[in-house]
Structure formats: structure tokens, C-alpha cells
Design a protein around this ligand. Structure first.
Ligand SMILES: [Zn+2]
Length: 383
């Protein structure tokens, strides 16, 4: 069956909430190339070379580290207040226009005259320190651009987009600590997040992202250190920010480390917690699943991204959702990097319904859970 002929469950009124989208993966490839050309970023190559490099697809990406490889260049292109502002505008426009489409043009442009759904609440995540002009230095150098200017530009752009769409689109920012960043850089991010979240309500959460191979957090001292940074950035008690973490996407995070990391960082949501599912499938060990259930932690799943990194073939997604259902664990569906994967939320749902063994009621459940577990404030009253 062609993906544009898949029958969708009725879309929720008011649109869908998408929780897990990276700014680095949300600017279309052609647009990144233009931005890079205009700004004189080196290493872009020809357009064809750049498309081949940037497109996250199964024949060139087989692991999380492969998947992450292009982001240094993308983050260099998106560096500086002007670029980050433009990137956020393009990312939100992309979500607004194309997230509900089942067909995309070669450059990622929308080509679906009757989209079956629409994203109207978007949680967009990024690491501001990786937009300071030297992402490949992992924070060893302060960067070319001032991180306060980057954060201010991010917050203003997010606020502008809400004005542009006249309240039809809600946008929140999640700032990502880096498993690949120096501790000093992560500490700067914690301080800046706390300071700016007190000023701009667009900052809604914190995340931990990056290569699990580089910092698995198997070490208890490292977990304690990350916990301090999370607490400083997100705060505790009323008014604190939402907490999510990428954890258990690869075998570098084993089940004991997965459990200990959840314990230390106390997230509300966890992205790609495949370690918990694999431990159950391979060894019948359900400690990770029970922990998620007991704490009411919601799983952010990105099916095509998980397929590309080898975390879980798309054909196994139905089995994963059924396992989470059996343990009463909530899950949501997102695209991770829609522009670089050349997908959309609607396309991925069509894939799940045709190839993934997923039932329409599981899609409905994911939509409802995304709405209930978003870090965004309640929808503003329309008037
Ligand atoms: Zn992610």
C-alpha cells in the first residue's frame, strides 16, 4: 500500500503535540546548504555531496554514532544569534506546514494536499552551547558567539513564532546537556538555563543527549555530577522545568546503568529506552519496565530514527508498544530529525500502520499521552 493511501485514526481536535524534535534535524537539507553557503561555512561540498552527507538513511547510517556524525556541521551552520533565530523559524514553520503530510518533495517540501493530521504544539530541543560556533570542540573553547546571545535569540524566535501563528502553534524549548560535552561546558549550560528560564517561559525543559558510547554514565560519580547539573538547571518543586533524557538507545547503556541513570536524574520522560525492552525480550528481566511503570515515566519513541540507529527495526515497533501497554507505560511518537530523515510525523505513522505492526488505537493512545505529558503550559484560551 502506498503511504499516502493509509487510513489514519481521526486526528485530535486542536492538533497533535510532538515532543521529541531536535533543532539540528529540523531545517531542510536544501535550506541548511543555502544558510551554510551564505555564511561561508567550510566543508559543505557540492549540493549533491551535502545531500548525501546530511540525509539520515538506512544505507549510510547503522548506529547512533553514525547518526550523530553530521550534526557538527549542521550545528556550525546554525551557529550565531542570526542563524539560530532563522533555524527556529524554519523548524517551526516545517512542523506547522509539513508534519501532518504523507508526501514530501525531494528537498523536504510538503506535497500532500490533504494532510491527515497537524502538529500544533511543538517541543523543540537544542544545545545552545553547540550554536556558539565551535561545536566540534565539545565546549573546550568558549566559542565564537556569546551563549547568552544564542539563548536570547532562541527564546525570542520561539516567542515570535507563537505570534506569527496567532496562537495556533505553541512552541517550547528544551535545552540539551551533552554526553559529548566537557563537564565545564555542561556546567555553563546549567547556570544559563536556570537564569534564562526565570526570564523566558519558552524554556520548558532539560534533556541529556549525545553519544552513549562517549559517556554511558555507568560511573556513579559521573551520574551524581550530572544529577547536580540537572537539579541546578531544572530546579526542584513548583515551577521547575520538565526533565527528559536520552537513555538506553544503544547497548553502551546496559540495564543496571539504565536503572541507575533513571534513579539519579529522575526524568519525567525518557527517550528511546530500548535497553529496558531488550532486557525483557532477551533475558525476561523486566526491572527496567517496572521502574518506568512505577515512576509513571513516559517513553518518547522516534520509530524511524530508532530504525536507522539500529535500536529497533521499524517492524518491531508494534511489539514494543504492546509490551509498554502490558506494563501500563505511556508512550509518545515523534520524528527526532524530520528534515534530515526526510520524514514527517504523518509519514512515520503511516509506516507504523503498514510495516510496524502498530494498531490505530495505539496511535490514539500516543497522541493522548503526548498531550497529557507535554512540558508545555496549558493551551492558551482562543479569543
Ligand atoms: Zn533525540
Amino acid at each position: 500500500m502506498r503511504l499516502d493511501q493509509v487510513v489514519f485514526p481521526p486526528a485530535p481536535p486542536g492538533g497533535v503535540t510532538e515532543q521529541h524534535v531536535h533543532l539540528g534535524g529540523s531545517v531542510p537539507i536544501y535550506r541548511l546548504w543555502e544558510m551554510g553557503q551564505i555564511r561561508g561555512i567550510r566543508g559543505l561540498g557540492s549540493y549533491e555531496q551535502f545531500v548525501r552527507l546530511a540525509h539520515r538513511r538506512p544505507d549510510t547510517v547503522t548506529s547512533l554514532d553514525d547518526y550523530l556524525r553530521v550534526f557538527d556541521l549542521v550545528e556550525a551552520i546554525q551557529s550565531g544569534p542570526e542563524s539560530v533565530r532563522e533555524s527556529i523559524h524554519v523548524a517551526v514553520s516545517g512542523a506547522y506546514r509539513t508534519a501532518g503530510m504523507r508526501q514530501l518533495g525531494p528537498g523536504g517540501e510538503g506535497a500532500d494536499p490533504e494532510p491527515p493530521l497537524a502538529v500544533r504544539r511543538l517541543e523543540l530541543r537544542l544545545c545552545p552551547l553547540k550554536r556558539t560556533g565551535a561545536p566540534f570542540l565539545r565546549g573546550e573553547h568558549a566559542g565564537l558567539y556569546d551563549v547568552d546571545r544564542i539563548i536570547l535569540a532562541c527564546c525570542q524566535a520561539a516567542a515570535e513564532t507563537e505570534l506569527i501563528y496567532r496562537g495556533e502553534m505553541q512552541v517550547g524549548l528544551i535545552f540539551c546537556f551533552g554526553r559529548d560535552l566537557t563537564w565545564e561546558a555542561n556546567a555553563v549550560l546549567a547556570t544559563k538555563t536556570r537564569r534564562w528560564a526565570a526570564v523566558y517561559r519558552n524554556i520548558i525543559g532539560v534533556d541529556l543527549a549525545g553519544s552513549e558510547r562517549q559517556r554511558s554514565l555507568a560511573d556513579a560519580d559521573e551520574r551524581a555530577r550530572m544529577r547536580e547539573l540537572f537539579e541546578e538547571a531544572a530546579g526542584t518543586g513548583p515551577g521547575s522545568l520538565g526533565r527528559t533524557i536520552h537513555c538506553g538507545e544503544t547497548p553502551w547503556v546496559d540495564l543496571p546503568t539504565f536503572i541507575a541513570t533513571i534513579d539519579a536524574l529522575a526524568p519525567h520522560r525518557v527517550a528511546h529506552p530500548l535497553t529496558a525492552a531488550h532486557a525483557y525480550w532477551q533475558d525476561g528481566d523486566d526491572r527496567g519496565l517496572r521502574l518506568l511503570a512505577d515512576r509513571g515515566i513516559v517513553c518518547e519513541l522516534c520509530p524511524w530514527s530508532n530504525h536507522l540507529t539500529g535500536a529497533l527495526p521499524i517492524e518491531r515497533t508494534g511489539a514494543l508498544l504492546s509490551l509498554l501497554d502490558a506494563y501500563h507505560i505511556g508512550y509518545t511518537l515523534s520524528t527526532d530529525s524530520p528534515a534530515l530523515q526526510k520524514t514527517s510525523l504523518a509519514l512515520e505513522i503511516a509506516l507504523l500502520l503498514t510495516r510496524g505492526g502498530v494498531q490505530p488505537e495505539q496511535i490514539d493512545r500516543a497522541f493522548a499521552t503526548a498531550e497529557a505529558s507535554t512540558f508545555l503550559p496549558p493551551r492558551p484560551a482562543r479569543g
